[in-house]
Write a protein that binds this ligand. Structure first.
Ligand code: MRU
Length: 365
């Protein structure tokens, strides 16, 4: 687990969490630009791209070079700094207008992950608090704080996750969906944070990773992260989860979240709802791991969560290979909503909450 001192950002505004052995940081600030791990190329190629404008950042979020709710939030926060950098010599009114436009652009990039909206709004609030001379430094400092806080939050989620692991003399088998790991956050991960903590505590036998059609984040990203850290991982296709449960191979399911409504209904990667249903059918605990910035108390139930629909080509192809007649009609919702009643508990940085008790949790500052 990274130490706080390794991530200390006090010395220089240019300093943000940077990758080092055993850790994966998908979004870093490097000398006035944002360096992203290109998640569309993993696991075949590890490559970073440098983003220098807010328009490029919005594109990177849309095309999923950076993805995962908290990572999108961190990237968008830095995107706001990029927008300001483009007009630093302009009158202050112009700078504020550029920030408003950048906020709209970034918020339009992906609709479901509420962390994106939360982080952009944090940046707008921060901008409103300072005079023109210190605006850039203050915004950069705020973006660093968002990144740093997310990393600490994930580590706390991992630690709280240990408390929900079933008592057993045996090491446990956990199942996860999509990628809610270091790549999807500032580092460490939410659901994979729990997996990492369980592994570090000697409680994990193995994690089963759903491949997660159509974008295959489980196959491409979750297994890659586990392999980096020698965490035992077994890849299964999405339609194998019920069979694995019936065979007694799974002790607990833990997934991430893109938006949690006030009543605990949870939007996460498409397929999560089905997984929750089969977990319930087999009496297997089903946990959501998420930071408070994923809670949306302004949306009363899951029915109000906007669900992103993505390009048909994601379903019509696996990689570059077509798998259906190109003219066939496609429906491609990127997320689904798991009703609160199917969720055993929500693991946050403040502890574990029953969905019905979420209202007792203070929203993210
Ligand atoms: O479409 P993606 O890859 O951005 O979807 C990611 C997920 O659904 C994750 O589970 C969620 O964002 C939580 S990430 C900690």
């Amino acid at each position: 687990m990274p130490q706080k001192s390794q991530l200390d950002m006090g010395a220089s505004l240019d300093m943000a969490p940077t990758p080092h052995a055993g850790n994966i940081f998908p979004v870093t600030w490097v000398a006035g630009r944002v360096r992203l791990i290109d998640q569309t190329r993993l696991p075949a190629v590890y490559e970073t791209v440098e983003i220098g404008t807010v328009a490029d950042m919005a594109r990177a979020i849309k095309t999923m070079i950076v993805r995962g709710a908290p990572a999108i939030g961190v990237a968008a926060a830095y995107g706001m700094v990029l927008a300001l950098q483009d007009c630093l010599t302009a009158p202050i009114q112009t700078q504020y207008k550029a920030l408003e436009e950048a906020a709209d652009l970034l918020k339009a990039s992906r609709p479901t992950a509420v962390n994106l909206f939360w982080a952009v709004d944090q940046m707008l609030v921060a901008a409103g608090r300072v005079g023109d001379a210190s605006l850039h430094d203050h915004l950069l400092h705020t973006a660093h704080e968002i990144a740093h806080a997310d990393l600490e939050t994930c580590q706390a989620i991992g630690a709280h996750g240990l408390s929900v692991l079933p008592e057993s003399p045996q090491q446990l088998r956990l199942l996860t969906h999509c990628n809610a790991g270091a790549l999807a956050t500032a580092g460490y991960g939410t659901a994979l944070g729990v997996v990492r903590a369980a592994w570090a505590a000697g409680r994990l036998a193995r994690v089963y990773a759903d491949e997660t059609r159509p974008r295959l984040q489980g196959a491409k990203l979750t297994t890659w992260e586990c392999v980096q850290e020698s965490i035992p991982v077994t890849l299964i296709t999405d339609n194998m989860a019920a069979h694995c449960m019936a065979q007694g191979l799974i002790d607990l399911v833990v997934v991430g979240a893109d938006r949690i409504a006030a009543n605990g209904d949870t939007a996460n990667k498409i397929g999560t709802y089905g997984l929750a249903l089969v977990a319930q059918a087999h009496g297997i605990p089903f946990y959501v791991a998420a930071p408070r910035s994923t809670l949306d108390f302004t949306t009363p139930t899951g029915a109000g969560i906007p669900i992103e629909e993505r390009d048909a080509n994601e379903v019509l192809h696996i990689g570059p290979t077509p798998i259906a007649p190109p003219s066939v009609e496609v429906y491609n919702p990127a997320f689904d909503v798991t009703p609160a009643g199917l969720i055993t508990g929500i693991i946050t940085e403040c502890g574990v909450y029953a969905p019905s008790h979420l209202s007792t949790l203070k929203p993210s500052p």
